[in-house]
Design a protein around this ligand. Structure first.
Ligand code: TLP
Length: 343
């Protein structure tokens, strides 16, 4: 099957399995796993930050960051469809006692600095103190659109000017960097912390990284432990992540080209709503007019042709390209859409 439901479905590559088998390990709760320690140092360097913390998932990374930046009862400004607010089980409230102030991203998940300024709570006993702003780069719900360094800086300047911190959910930050043709560190330069995932487009089986100052990472490490995320011989996982950085990051542009190819085919069909300008990385979102075809029927016809898509949204779909979707697979998918949408 060509599985386009998410880039989380990628299987570890043979090099990853090899590296996992050979990994030197120790007890990471005691900070004694050499492979994890090396990965944390490598990622901190890549992000231009002081320290890193290897965590089990993107959700844990984001939530450990929120926990470490805030205190109970604080308010966090986020984009309305941000993963941290919508798809992490309400963990911001359950684990950290936070409330969210959700703003409309214009365009494509980018927060307007003036709207952020207006949203920051005044020093008033009626209001929850605003202490953190979050950005998501790339922005999942907007088809994986990218936020530039300048756009991030504009939000950071407002946040820092009022004593707030800025966290970036960079689950797919290397996709953003690839699209913009810049180093990832440039995109997080003005932020106080970043979380990025190895288990999405980077094809590793498990793991995310949080980076920030040494002092922040010490607090995030405590948060990771209390969330039950202290792992022991985690070097077997970190070893695959090293391979991601060596071999998968340099090929992400291929995933973007495959997404574009499929999106361009979709855009030729009546009844398909798709914004080609928003197809910037490896995520395609589109809607299908129900008079053309029921969503479930489309998913079924594609499944018959060996293609899996995320059809939980009724007439709204998401397709994600990744390391297990080859150039031939992308052609097959485009051809399949051409066939099923023409009948
Ligand atoms: N996203 C998953 C699902 O949870 C929707 C996906 O298939 O795209 N931030 C962003 C922007 C994400 O897209 C995700 C996962 C996470 C955080 C959380 O990562 P995990 O799944 O590792 O907890």
């Amino acid at each position: 099957m060509i599985d386009l439901r998410s880039d989380t479905v990628t299987k570890p590559t043979p090099e990853m399995r090899e590296a996992m088998a050979r990994a030197e390990v120790g007890d990471d709760v005691l900070s004694e796993d050499p492979t994890v320690n090396a990965l944390e140092a490598r990622c901190a360097e890549l992000m231009g930050m002081e320290a890193g913390l290897f965590v089990a998932s993107g959700t844990m990374g984001n939530q450990a960051a929120l926990f470490a930046h805030t205190k109970r009862g604080d308010e966090v400004i986020v984009e309305q469809y941000a993963h941290v607010g919508m798809y992490e089980g309400g963990a911001f409230a359950v684990l950290s006692g936070l409330v969210l102030n959700k703003l409309v991203g214009r365009p494509w998940g980018v927060l307007d600095p003036n709207e952020v300024r207006d949203a920051i709570a005044p020093d008033d006993v009626h209001r929850a103190p605003t202490t953190l702003v979050c950005l998501e780069n790339t922005h999942n719900m907007s088809s994986g659109t990218v936020i530039t360094a300048e756009q991030t800086r504009a939000v950071a300047d407002v946040a820092h000017g009022r004593g707030l911190k800025l966290h970036i959910d960079g689950a797919r930050i290397f996709n953003a960097a690839t699209c913009l043709g810049v180093e990832a560190r440039l995109l997080v330069k003005h932020a106080d912390s970043v979380q990025f995932c190895f288990s999405k487009g980077l094809a590793a089986p498990v793991g995310s990284m949080v980076c920030g100052t040494r002092e922040f990472i010490l607090r995030a490490r405590r948060a990771r432990k209390l969330m039950g995320g202290g792992m022991r011989q985690a070097g077997v996982l970190a070893a695959a992540c090293h391979v991601s950085l060596d071999t998968i990051v340099p090929r992400l542009h291929e995933d973007h080209a495959h997404a574009r190819l499929i999106a361009e085919e979709l855009a030729t069909h009546d009844g398909v709503s798709i914004d080609l300008n928003a197809i910037q990385t490896n995520i395609i979102r589109f809607a299908l007019d129900p008079t053309v075809m029921e969503g479930r029927r489309l998913a079924g016809l594609l499944r018959d042709r060996g293609i899996l898509i995320d059809a939980r949204g009724g007439q709204k779909f998401r397709l994600v390209t990744h390391n297990d979707v080859s150039a031939d697979d992308a052609q097959t998918v485009a051809q399949a859409f051409a066939e099923v949408l023409t009948v």
